[in-house]
Design a binder for this molecule. Structure first.
Ligand SMILES: [Zn+2]
Length: 446
């Protein structure tokens, strides 16, 4: 039986397979981090997709263990690369379990980004690498940090980029601080606004509530976090610019880009994406995790990296935008660690839960925590006068999602705080969920 790497048929150019094969064979032959993988290669004459599927999964732990030389491309010299500034070491944010130090090659990252723009016509229309760009993100992710948030605009400018936020804690944003951001956007007139959606949602609520006017960029690019439907509603109340989600990671570069029709297309010139479906009872075969292989990075060989997110594959693999090559997704479903379980033990993705919760009227923010097998706490930020209605609405829809025997508790809070990484985690579970038990064993598909 022919091996099927996806539950649907996906169109790739021939060069995609050639690139996959060269990378895998080079890594198995000469990259030390993959020396233990050689025994898993079934047969060099086999179909390349099957050979990839037979390989282990690369984890953040592997990257840490073998840093810095374990995944270096043959012939590369770290001392020379660092001295000539061709590369540098870049540490990602978060807790010690989340942090990874990467060998960072800026040229590869830039090329990967530029290639991703072709996947959205609005992004492509402003694809020049010289246009003004404002960034609203946590300084723990990117930019300049100050404990008092008092860095002048000049000190937060870097080349063509303006970093709007220098406070690590967004709960410390005052009215005058947000007025500063409004003033800077109106003066700087960014062509692109790149934003963490939680922070942009908070900023937009302030603008809308105070009836302030704000410059409209040509494009709003959402990154750093999965955008909630609630975030989009708040952004839409202030901005009429096209809002586009871009998906990737420090380790992998740009992997998917949302097109103007709302589906996600694979950045095939810069990555290979393998797919491992959730078991049927957990929402498979169209929802699963992605394992990313990086193309065109001359420094490091990253193969089948578990980026930690779930996606939903488009069943039709067609899109009204007309783009044909590469995997097409209907949605990004969120972090695997943000999965919750129904009372019967079935997986619910962040996106699935968000679709339900974001439908509650008058919510400003929320955070859902599964505290036990049948208990769920929903924390909501709203006006005092609206809380009663919100709680009444939340009970039946969450029982519909998680089970008739679910115990739902709704509590009002002042604000949701971000994680140590500076990113928000608005849906999570206190249960120990063993990720590996949720997925189909890929070997059984051969
Ligand atoms: Zn499309």
């Amino acid at each position: 039986m022919k091996f099927r790497p996806y539950p649907v048929s996906v169109a790739f150019p021939e060069s995609y397979y050639t690139e996959s094969q060269i990378l895998l064979e080079t890594a198995l032959a000469s990259v030390p981090g993959y020396s233990t993988w050689r025994k898993d290669d079934p047969d060099p004459m086999q179909n390349i997709d099957l050979r990839f599927a037979a390989m282990p999964i690369l984890t953040k732990e592997d990257l840490r263990t073998h840093f810095p030389e374990g995944f270096l491309y043959p012939g590369r010299n770290l001392v020379v690369g660092l001295a000539t500034k061709d590369i540098e070491y870049v540490k990602t944010s978060g807790t010690s379990g989340e942090q990874v130090t990467n060998i960072w090659h800026q040229k590869w990252w830039n090329n990967s980004e530029v290639a991703s723009w072709k996947l959205n016509s609005n992004a492509n229309a402003v694809a020049s690498g010289t246009l003004r760009e404002a960034i609203l993100s946590s300084p723990l992710s990117v930019g300049f940090k100050s404990d008092r948030g008092d860095l002048s605009m000049e000190k937060r400018l870097l080349d063509r980029f303006l970093f709007l936020n220098d406070l690590a804690d967004p709960l410390a944003w005052t009215d005058s601080y947000m007025d500063r951001m409004i003033g800077e956007i109106n003066t700087f007139k960014p062509v692109r606004l790149e934003a963490n959606p939680s922070l942009l949602s908070k900023f937009c609520r302030y603008i809308a509530h105070n009836h302030r006017s704000i410059y409209q960029p040509s494009l709003i690019l959402i990154t750093y976090e999965l955008m909630s439907r609630l975030h989009l509603k708040h952004i839409r109340s202030v901005f009429n610019s096209p809002v586009v989600s871009s998906y990737g990671s420090t380790e992998t570069g740009y992997v998917f880009m949302e097109c103007e029709a709302g589906k996600f297309h694979q950045n095939i010139d810069f990555c290979r994406v393998d797919f491992q479906p959730l078991k049927k009872e957990h929402g498979g075969p169209f929802i699963g995790r992605i394992l990313v292989t990086v193309f065109q990075n001359p420094w490091t060989a990253i193969i089948r990296f578990n980026i930690g997110d779930l996606v939903r594959i488009s069943e039709s693999q067609s899109c009204s935008c007309g783009r044909k090559h590469g995997l097409i997704l209907s949605s990004i479903e969120g972090r695997t660690i943000n999965l919750t379980l129904t009372t019967a033990g079935f997986a619910i993705t962040q996106h699935m839960a968000d679709e339900v919760i974001s439908g509650i009227d008058d919510l400003e923010e929320y955070k859902l925590v599964q505290t036990g097998k049948k208990t769920y706490d929903l924390f909501v930020v709203c006006k005092d006068s609206l809380f009663h209605n919100i709680a009444r609405h939340a009970h039946p829809i969450l029982k519909e999602l998680y089970g008739r025997d679910a115990t739902i508790t709704v509590k009002q809070i002042d604000a949701v705080a971000p994680e140590v990484s500076g990113k928000y985690r608005i849906i999570s579970s206190d249960l120990e969920i063993d990720e590996e038990t949720l997925f189909e064993n890929i070997n059984s598909q051969k």
